[in-house]
Design a protein around this ligand. Structure first.
Ligand code: NAD
Length: 420
């Protein structure tokens, strides 16, 4: 396992980050090793009858990084590049996110190597149901709770719920999160990540003594995270001056009308040609002056090439891994940008997934207001802990977030002891 994982560049990067934090925490060699490696790596072949009558085998992986603090929690993706090493790295990062938010979970991640866009609805359903059956010995509300990720959605979660429930002989909604509301999904789940990004950004402005009603924001990506980040920021009175998506970037120094842009994007799918704004280069947009820069699209967009030229005060990482390690070092040296690291900034989604699981276990439904209030309480507490730990130890917010998370997992392992 060790060699296979370290040969994967993404896992090697996650392991290197872990080693740095473990050095900082001065973890003993035995605890360090127990925290670093996944507990279970499950690979299954999934035979699926295609619409043309032929049978194709799809290869699927589920990595359960550790179960020390509860069941593992994490997404299931359908993508042609799904690879065991990368899935293992994503499971490790989910671990730290759950621990930082003090959710009673370990980290998990899974995927099926397939081309979901080239598959019919029927093929996707048969693949999902057969995968669920193959995974029955390894999943459960107290073992492994999946959620949507790239290429999967509410419908995928509904098929998993139905397959698992049919096997159990009764409805088990707590087997997955991110379900449709009709199957006991949670109010507020769709907006949770973007809302959290905006909430964290405005909390950071407060720390810097900047009034939200005087502040400006630039948002890269206008999908689920970017749209809700933009609408929540606008509701706080922040002027959203730049937005981009895969079709291009728009700019209005007087403030973009966010509710109108949301309607436009819903109808047209992209923001290109939105009326009454200037069209600018998307890469250059990231370098313009603003209070909040929120990358909410893809990874590796803040790099060694552009980090020195950023003119934002707060970098709110809505996307996973938007900042490369090289860019991180540059930003740390500049010390004029307040970074909200991804495992904190975009943790709203997994936090409301946790709320969905709790509601399912209790057979109880909370209102959206209750969900958002509880979400803000959890995010605020994690934010304050990271802020205080970074200040006390004179380390970056990213290092502080990872250190707090890894410390939580290490302490749980020490308390439980080593069996036998
Ligand atoms: P999405 O698919 O709904 O939206 C992605 C958006 O990014 C789209 O508007 C797309 O046009 C845009 N985009 C793609 N490439 C771009 C580029 N090069 N420049 C500018 N825009 C580009 O995805 P999402 O759910 O909003 O997720 C966005 C990011 O947030 C991902 O990194 C994801 O892993 C992370 N994230 C999402 C959630 C969640 O709950 N959705 C939770 C945690 C982290």
């Amino acid at each position: 396992m060790r060699e296979e994982l370290l040969n994967n560049p993404v896992f090697a990067m996650a392991a290197e980050q872990f080693d740095l934090v473990a050095d900082f925490l001065d973890l003993s060699p035995s605890i360090r090793e127990r925290c670093k490696w996944p507990k279970r790596m499950i690979s299954v072949s999934v035979p699926v009858r295609l619409d043309n009558g032929e049978t194709e085998i799809f290869f699927a992986h589920r990595i359960q990084h550790h179960l020390t603090r509860g069941p593992v929690k994490g997404g299931l993706r359908y993508h042609p590049d799904v690879d065991r090493g990368e899935v293992a790295a994503l499971a490790m990062w989910m671990n730290w996110k759950c621990a930082l938010l003090d959710l009673p979970y370990g980290g998990g991640k899974g995927g099926i190597r397939c081309q979901p866009n080239n598959m019919s609805e029927g093929e996707l359903e048969r693949m999902t149901r057969r995968f669920t059956m193959e995974m029955i010995p390894f999943i459960g509300p107290e073992i492994d709770v999946m959620a949507p990720d790239m290429g999967t959605n509410e419908q995928t979660m509904a098929w998993i719920t139905d397959t698992y429930s049919t096997h159990s002989g009764h409805l088990v909604p707590s087997i997955v999160t991110g379900k449709p509301l009709t199957l006991q999904g949670s109010a507020g789940r769709t907006r949770a990540t973007g809302h959290g990004v905006a909430f964290m950004a405005s909390t950071s402005l407060g720390k810097l003594g900047i009034d939200t009603r005087e502040a400006t924001a630039i948002i890269q990506g206008f999908g689920n995270v970017g749209q809700y980040a933009a609408s929540t920021l606008a509701s706080y009175g922040v002027k959203v001056i730049g937005v981009s998506d895969v079709s291009g970037a728009i700019w209005n120094p007087g403030g973009i009308d966010v509710p109108k842009l949301l309607k436009y994007a819903k109808k047209e799918k992209f923001i290109k040609d939105f009326p009454g704004v200037e069209t600018i280069d998307p890469g250059e947009m990231l370098l313009r002056e603003c209070d909040i820069l929120a990358p909410c699209a893809v990874g590796h967009v803040i790099t060694g090439k552009n980090a020195g030229s950023l003119k934002c005060k707060v970098l709110a990482e809505g996307a996973n891994g938007p900042t490369t390690p090289e860019a991180d070092r540059i930003i740390e040296q500049r010390s004029d940008i307040f970074v909200i690291p991804d495992i904190l900034c975009n943790a709203g989604g997994v936090t409301v997934s946790y709320f969905e699981w709790v509601q399912n276990l209790q057979r109880f439904q909370w209102t959206e207001r209750e969900v958002i209030t509880k979400l803000e309480t959890k995010l605020h507490s994690a934010f304050e802990q990271v802020f205080a730990f970074a200040a006390k130890n004179k380390i970056s917010n990213r290092m502080a977030a990872q250190a707090l998370a890894i410390k939580t997992v290490a302490e749980a392992k020490i308390s439980r002891g080593l069996f036998p």
